[in-house]
Design a protein around this ligand. Structure first.
Ligand SMILES: NC(=O)c1ccc[n+]([C@@H]2O[C@H](COP(=O)([O-])OP(=O)(O)OC[C@H]3O[C@@H](n4cnc5c(N)ncnc54)[C@H](OP(=O)(O)O)[C@@H]3O)[C@@H](O)[C@H]2O)c1
Length: 272
């Protein structure tokens, strides 16, 4: 038995048969008992992340919510973004030599996302303190699971790019670019200090976490490119987490800055 079929099993992939599930807007696994259990567990994990952050029970301890002591932030952050790249490449090895255009683009987006984050951690972000070791390991595990499993599922790609696929590529590029622009604004505002500054410029004039919003846009792009059910589960989990974290960040800013603009929202301008 193929070792990967323990994880999940898809019908035989036939790139010329557009009536198969691979031709559908979403690609689903076969609903065997093992896959039902696997996808239920992945959904629970994903939803649990946002719920934990919202309730405070598993608040991730980095940045504004960091502990007094911990790992060096650059080393911790680099680790948690680099491991997913390793997982992505390893999971792609079996199909890499004969990869289709769709497979190459999906892989490229995953590696670009985590590669961009590695470069930002090394050369752009200005950190003011440590990151909690457990948080580092938890985030590293989640990202590695997401990237590795999406790369593995990329063995069963869309048979050919369709309109949603190209929209996904656009959203990915737009989301990553806008996300970078807002990271740069934060780094420039901080300058040589290690203080927290009331953010302004770009969409910071409307929300406290525009970089989170554009991260969600980029992952929506990856969903439209991959089209696997797991990409939707991962997107919902990340969006839930980032929504919850942005609300906590808004509360934090309101407490820290007495003159905080009352109309500024958490992540969605004018709405949330
Ligand atoms: N896909 C996911 O599930 C997921 C989850 C979390 C984050 N992310 C993404 O990862 C990226 C970074 O997230 P993050 O939570 O680390 O962002 P963040 O807390 O806003 O921090 C980003 C950088 O900006 C600095 N910074 C933040 N607020 C500042 C302020 N008011 N003044 C000066 N410097 C400030 C931080 O320094 P300090 O370290 O000193 O605070 C850090 O260097 C985002 O694009 C986010 O979308 C993705």
């Amino acid at each position: 038995m193929d070792v990967y079929s323990i994880l999940t099993s898809y019908p035989d992939y036939n790139p010329t048969d557009t009536t198969t599930k691979q031709g559908a807007p979403m690609i689903f696994p076969e609903w065997t008992t093992a896959n039902l259990a696997l996808y239920a567990a992945l959904t629970l994990l994903s939803v649990g992340m946002g719920a934990g952050e919202a309730l405070g029970s598993t608040l991730m301890k980095y940045s504004k919510f960091r502990p007094q002591k911990g790992w060096h932030p650059r080393a911790g952050m680099f680790t948690l973004y680099f491991l997913p790249i390793v997982a992505t490449v390893i999971a792609a090895l079996p199909y890499l030599p004969s990869a289709s255009l769709v497979q190459v683009i999906v892989l490229t987006t995953l590696i670009t996302h985590f590669g961009k984050r590695c470069l930002e951690v090394l050369f752009l972000h200005k950190y003011s303190g440590p990151i909690d070791p457990f948080t580092t390991l938890a985030i590293a595990s989640f990202y590695t699971l997401v990237a590795g499993f999406l790369s593995y599922l990329n063995r069963w790609p869309l048979p050919a790019p369709d309109g949603l696929f190209w929209l996904g590529l656009f959203l990915f590029i737009f989301g990553e670019t806008a996300n970078f622009v807002h990271h740069k604004i934060l780094a420039d505002l901080r300058g040589a200090s290690s203080e927290y500054i009331l953010p302004r410029g770009g969409w910071f004039d409307y929300v406290v976490c525009p970089h989170y919003l554009f991260e969600i846009v980029a992952w929506l792009g990856i969903l439209l490119l991959s089209r696997h059910l797991f990409a939707l589960i991962a997107l919902l989990g990340m969006a839930g987490y980032l929504l919850a974290r942005s609300r906590r960040t808004l509360t934090w800013y309101r407490q820290k800055f007495p003159n905080f603009p009352s109309n500024r929202k958490a992540i969605l301008p004018f709405l949330f």
